[in-house]
Write a protein that binds this ligand. Structure first.
Ligand SMILES: NC(=O)c1ccc[n+]([C@@H]2O[C@H](COP(=O)([O-])OP(=O)(O)OC[C@H]3O[C@@H](n4cnc5c(N)ncnc54)[C@H](O)[C@@H]3O)[C@@H](O)[C@H]2O)c1
Length: 244
């Protein structure tokens, strides 16, 4: 029987690579989109054409009621859920002395409270079934401080604390909860950075290159496989050696 996964923020970037990888591996997947319904539908069509099964529903992770509706729709489509991948996230980079309250709130509400809002809808279900697996996408910005990212670093560090505490709550039921911390990965998020800044970043990375979304998806694929069942409460950096 195929396994079933929910991926937030799956219509592009790292999330889309995770959705495509899991469906290629035989998972049935529900993923969310925020506003770009067309690109979500195109991805569903692509997966369907390849013989996979997927659906996309709208979700704003920062809105609790939206998370309730999204998970209900996902459960209806999948009938069962084995894996949750919290991936949706945003940046609003600015030095703290000019950061506006809405730039702080939107990042914390989407990235950190958003992971609570979605996970809260599934955790009781996973506990009841004594089955499940959760992977939270944090960032190297959760491991080290980066100037201009107080809001983002706070949210991504928070995700690491959330992961470790939940891993201890879930361990007795055999449910792994892990975190991944990507470095600089080639997606629309990093394509916003000026070319000159990207070149400086590449020089800082021991492997001298930006990572690929597929490389992150391959790590996620391993962590939600049976091969990773004894790993929980951990943070896996995937960053070309940046935090080595
Ligand atoms: N690209 C990188 O270099 C990098 C590095 C470290 C961590 N990350 C993390 O990886 C995850 C994916 O990032 P990406 O690079 O693919 O970025 P991206 O901007 O391409 O994708 C982000 C996804 O999140 C969704 N999203 C944004 N706000 C949302 C909201 N309020 N509700 C629901 N969905 C929302 C977007 O629609 C999009 O699908 C994020 O959590 C990001 O912080 C990315």
């Amino acid at each position: 029987m195929s396994k079933k996964a929910i991926v937030t923020g799956g219509s592009r970037g790292i999330g889309a690579a995770i959705v495509e990888t899991l469906t290629r591996e035989g998972f049935e997947v529900v993923f969310s989109y925020l506003s770009n319904k067309e690109s979500a539908e195109n991805l569903v069509q692509k997966i369907t054409d390849q013989g996979g099964r997927a659906a996309a529903f709208q979700l704003d992770t920062s809105d609790y009621e939206s998370a309730v509706n999204f998970v209900n729709q996902a459960k209806e489509f999948l009938t069962e859920v084995d894996v949750l991948i919290n991936n949706a996230g945003i940046t609003r980079d600015k030095s703290l002395f000019i950061m506006q309250k809405d730039e702080w709130d939107s990042v914390i509400n989407t990235n950190l409270s958003g992971y609570f809002n979605v996970t809260r809808q599934l955790i009781g279900y996973f506990f009841k079934n004594k089955r499940g697996c959760i992977i939270n996408v944090s960032s190297v910005s959760g491991l080290v401080g980066i100037a201009g990212q107080t809001n983002y670093c706070a949210s991504k560090s928070g995700i690491i604390g959330f992961t470790r505490a939940l891993a201890k709550e879930a361990a007795k039921l055999g449910i792994p909860v892990n975190c991944i911390a990507p470095g600089y990965i080639d997606t629309e998020m990093t394509r916003q950075l000026p070319e000159k800044h990207l070149e400086e970043i590449k020089n800082m990375i021991p492997m001298h290159r930006i990572g690929k979304a597929q490389e992150v998806a391959d790590l996620v694929s391993f962590l939600c496989s049976e091969k990773a069942r004894y790993i929980t409460g951990q943070v896996f950096a995937i960053d070309g050696g940046l935090t080595a």
